[in-house]
Design a binder for this molecule. Structure first.
Ligand code: C2E
Ligand code: MG
Ligand code: MG
Ligand code: MG
Length: 279
């Protein structure tokens, strides 16, 4: 490493930046071939009715496991995929896989429930999105009402008319639209009024410290806001009975969190749904 400065700290700093860059280049290179090498998979996290505890939906969450670098979190590789222009390809793979899997569960005679898929803002902006989804549903023979999409607030910065056109096309197919991580992006109350959305997913941020370091007032306010405006809610990241009771008391419809279940394999979902079917 050429830059042997007299200042040891400075050289050390350079070294760690270089390592970081090499690390990033490595991840980028490996990510390009992840789909072809079948290194991506999906886990599914159950969404439970707050009152009955029954599973009423699932969220598909992508996983990347590479022999050389191991398991990489979507928090790390999704932004890289967006930057490298790989997100449309990965997103289509996720959507197809989730729809195929849901159809498989249905064919096994399990209760029919929707599976939600996360859409990157870049995917949402893609002109081909609606056609892509249509052909995936057709290919799988899955009804649109058993698919949901989750978009973040950051996808909603285009012209309201354009966004609503896209949302309407999706809703015409029966697809439910959730606004993900609500309260953490460029939140605007205007789009809650003007856009054709179905579900508000309240970010884990607003429940995770309840009740020790957070009295839950933001969660409470969002739940009230959702009810006033006619939205269903999913409360993300509920881990304790106390948090569940709080959401229930304040009228939250659905809970998704470790209290009920972390994201699990499709095989595990099959077992859980089978039990629910029998019980
Ligand atoms: P998200 O869509 O908000 O998904 C919820 C995340 O919270 C998941 O993390 C889930 O495992 C985690 N979670 C759920 N309940 C709890 C809880 O009680 N406690 C804690 N500590 N965590 C909980 P995951 O699977 O690591 O995904 C992270 C993010 O990566 C997702 O956040 C989403 O933004 C993105 N992502 C995942 N899969 C996809 C995908 O297929 N496409 C796109 N574009 N993004 C994805
Ligand atoms: Mg999500
Ligand atoms: Mg979320
Ligand atoms: Mg979140």
């Amino acid at each position: 490493w050429a830059a042997k400065s007299n200042n040891g700290n400075y050289a050390f700093y350079d070294e760690s930046i270089r390592e970081q860059l090499q690390n990033d280049v490595k991840i980028e290179t490996l990510l390009r071939t992840a789909i072809d090498n079948m290194e991506l998979s999906l886990l599914y996290q159950p969404q439970h009715d707050t009152k009955t505890g029954k599973i009423i939906g699932l969220e598909a969450l992508v996983r990347w496991n590479n022999d050389e670098i191991g398991q990489v979190s979507p928090f790390v590789f999704i932004p890289i995929a967006e930057r490298l222009g790989l997100i449309d390809q990965i997103g289509r793979w996720v959507m197809l896989e989730a729809c195929k899997q849901n159809k498989k569960w249905q064919k096994l005679g399990l209760p029919k429930i929707p599976v939600s898929v996360n859409l990157s803002p870049i995917q949402f902006k893609n002109r081909r999105l609606v056609d892509d989804i249509k052909s995936i549903l057709q290919e799988c023979g899955l009804e649109g009402k058993y698919l949901g999409v989750e978009i973040t607030e950051n996808a909603l910065v285009e012209d309201i008319k354009d966004i609503n056109k896209k949302l309407s096309s999706l809703k015409d197919m029966g697809i439910k639209i959730s606004i993900d991580d609500f309260g953490t992006g460029y939140s605007s109350l205007r789009y809650l009024r003007d856009l054709n959305l179905d579900v508000i997913k309240i970010d884990r941020e607003f429940i995770k410290d309840y009740p020790e370091k957070d009295d839950g007032s933001i969660t409470k306010i969002i739940l009230n806001l959702a009810r006033e405006l006619g939205y269903k809610t999913v409360s993300e990241g509920v881990e304790t009975q106390e948090q569940l009771d709080f959401v229930n008391l304040n009228g939250g419809d659905v809970i998704q969190g470790y209290f009920f279940s972390p994201p699990v394999s499709p095989e595990r979902i099959e077992e859980i749904l089978t039990k629910q079917n029998e019980g």
